[in-house]
Design a protein around this ligand. Structure first.
Ligand SMILES: [Zn+2]
Length: 454
């Protein structure tokens, strides 16, 4: 047995020493190999070690494909060493996977034979896309690559002057499915509209403080919960009934979904009590009211709370209105009996058992939308609140029809045929509640809807 175990794979330079390693049978231990170059030039080779290994450093004076034949004890083996006069630069891949799942990265390596340290190379895909600019170190280069989409890619390493290159085919496969790291823990399947619930779940491997996004129906952001101890939690609720697709999102690739059915909230319509916003009371000395009708107003005050105002904000607004009526107008109390905020909350104002101060005649209940509705219109929640409130009041005070016209006293001591739910301006010369016919406060829609519920 006589074998070469290592010899130059790449061309070597003339005058430059290279090493050949080999192994021989241990029966030749101590003997010297002979080397015959190109079948012509014989020289004495290295000695076989006790373990059979041998090695020799060699150099050539002239270029060409030089044959080296090693012999010992009648056995021989031959190699060809390409010898060149000028350095041949070339690039190749030594490590690159044949397949790579999308969204994952792979380290790739290659050699840059005879390139100086620090030389910049170009790694690109499909002849177009630059992936990296690896720098040569010790005649090798390395880079990390990754792709977002599956497909066949041609990966190319080339010198910046484009003279040397090598390429490999890489198949980018479908991304490997990864179990989501975010999720829901025991989410409710059903929830009432306007009811608040706490959602939460795992956020495995997320650091404390990482922000997630809780989203509904792929468009509405509900909350941005913060991860704590690899868990997240958020309070949320929904105004309208229907199936909601709820997503907790850590990143494009990490999300979980659940569906919550929001069912109508059948809870009875609620009026926020007077004590919710004030400790004052309506003076008991005021005359008793026997309500004949409902007069609809707007407060005509600017800076009404927004439709998303909190209960606190709405309550503070009630105190603003009270101050205006008491200290501004010099009245004993708010003139109206009820005020409907843009949030849809309905607040008890003046005691409904006492005559109001809202339409000169004051033989009915005064219901006001907070804000100025000369051109703006009430929102759906205000509308629904007005319908619920007026329905409740009509039932409470025996008003059985809100659309038929009945003879009604007006402020000019005359009489007009008007329905039981009417606008301030129907009886008094005023803009209130905003526009002719009460269009901006949907007066006719309210009286028709209420009439249907009576
Ligand atoms: Zn009015």
């Amino acid at each position: 047995m006589l074998q070469v175990t290592q010899s130059p794979q790449n061309p070597v330079l003339v005058q430059k020493s290279f090493t050949v390693l080999g192994i021989a049978s241990t029966v030749y231990a101590g003997q010297r190999l002979s080397i015959l170059v190109d079948g012509l030039y014989a020289s004495t080779g290295p000695q076989v070690e006790a373990d059979g290994t041998w090695q020799v450093a060699f150099l050539f004076q002239s270029p060409g494909n030089r044959r080296m034949r090693f012999s010992v004890g009648g056995e021989s083996t031959e190699i060809v060493v390409p010898v060149v006069t000028t350095p041949v630069l070339y690039l190749n891949f030594t490590q690159i996977p044949a397949r790579l799942p999308a969204l994952e990265s792979a380290a790739i390596e290659g050699s840059a034979v005879n390139y100086a340290d620090g030389t910049q190379l170009l790694l690109r895909a499909d002849g177009l896309y630059e992936l990296a600019r690896p720098v040569v170190s010790g005649e090798t280069w390395r880079a990390t690559i990754g792709f977002n989409q599956k497909g066949i890619r041609t990966i190319e390493i080339l010198s910046l002057d484009g003279r040397n290159r090598d390429q490999r085919r890489l198949e980018v496969t479908d991304p490997r499915p990864r179990p989501p790291r975010v999720g829901f823990s025991d989410p409710p399947q059903q929830l009432k509209a306007e009811q608040t619930t706490t959602l939460g779940g795992p956020a495995a491997d997320y650091p404390d403080g990482a922000q997630l996004v809780l989203r509904a129906d792929q468009q509405f952001e509900l909350a941005r919960p913060t991860v704590q101890n690899q868990q997240w939690q958020a309070n949320t609720g929904f105004r309208s009934p229907g199936n909601r697709l709820i997503e907790i999102i850590g990143s494009e690739q990490d999300r979980a979904q659940t569906v919550i059915e929001v069912v109508p909230n059948t809870a009875a319509f609620q009026i926020q009590s007077r004590s919710s916003w004030t400790t004052t009371v309506t003076p008991s000395s005021l005359p008793t009211l026997f309500p004949q009708r409902i007069t609809v107003h707007h407060t005509a005050l600017s800076s009404a709370p927004s439709s998303s105002a909190s209960a606190d904000q709405d309550e503070a607004r009630m105190r603003v209105i009270w101050n205006g009526h008491v200290f501004g107008n010099g009245w004993v109390d708010i003139g109206y009996h009820f005020i409907i905020m843009p949030s849809g909350r309905v607040f008890a104002a003046r005691d409904e058992r006492k005559r109001g101060a809202h339409d000169v005649i004051n033989d009915g209940l005064g219901v006001a939308f907070d804000g100025i509705y000369s051109s703006a219109t009430i929102n759906q929640r205000q509308f629904e609140a007005a319908v619920s409130l007026c329905t409740l009041l009509c039932k409470r005070y025996g008003i059985t029809n809100t659309v038929n016209l009945v003879a009604t006293a007006t402020a000019d001591f005359g009489t007009r045929n008007l329905p039981r739910i009417l606008g301030h301006r129907d009886r008094v010369a005023t803009e209130c509640p905003g526009s002719p016919g009460g269009a901006t406060v949907r007066l006719n829609d309210i009286r028709v809807a209420v009439n249907n519920l009576l």
